[in-house]
Ligand binder design. Structure first.
Ligand code: COA
Length: 153
């Protein structure tokens, strides 16, 4: 069955939370509360098959033309079918559309992102503003994650 990449509705918040909770147990993504997902619903994309959410990703913007891929997850039973790639590609297109110049992620699987031309970078090369707002929190939860980025210009 085909998978559609779409903006989520509020009825899909529970499914996004369940996906993130599952992979947060493996320290792959951060867990999010229902409130957090509702507040940030506009930054998410979901992958939907047969009306079921089988994947999600979030795209967060920062000053100085930075954007971050967050909360990338594909249901275990649907992995290896290109759904993760569709979600990442959607973020790349969206980030460019909004005028971002650098798209980064903090990730446990930097090698996965090589297929999209992301390169590993020093965490310290990301701007202080972003450190204060997000990276400190993310790395406190998952200190082993690497930073990767893609230049969009
Ligand atoms: C990472 C994830 C989103 C990929 O989703 P997916 O739908 O399986 O990915 P795709 O089908 O688009 O891509 C599969 C390809 O990526 C490769 N890949 C998958 N996981 C990988 C990993 N951990 N490291 C390197 N390559 C990986 C596969 O080998 C496959 O390559 P192939 O097509 O040449 O065989 C999914 O495995 C997942 O949800 N993992 C748990 C959560 C997680 O780690 N999130 C990332 C946080 S940044």
């Amino acid at each position: 069955m085909p998978v559609q990449i779409a903006k989520p509705t509020l009825t899909q918040v529970g499914a996004i939370k369940a996906l993130l909770d599952f992979f947060a147990l493996q320290n792959a993504v951060l867990p999010r509360s229902v409130l957090d997902i509702c507040e940030k619903i506009q930054m998410f994309w979901v992958a939907v098959r047969n009306d079921v959410v089988v994947g999600c990703v979030g795209l967060q913007f920062y000053p100085d033309y930075f954007a971050e891929i967050q909360s990338l997850a594909v249901d275990s039973s649907c992995q290896g079918q290109g759904i993760g790639s569709s979600l990442v590609n959607k973020c790349i297109i969206d980030a460019k559309k909004y005028g971002a110049k650098r798209l980064f992620a903090l990730t446990n699987i930097p090698r996965y992102f090589e297929q999209f031309e992301f390169k590993k970078i020093e965490k310290s090369s990301l701007p202080q503003k972003i450190w204060k707002e997000t990276i400190n929190f993310e790395l406190r939860q998952n200190p082993e994650h690497s930073a990767i980025d893609l230049i969009l210009e």
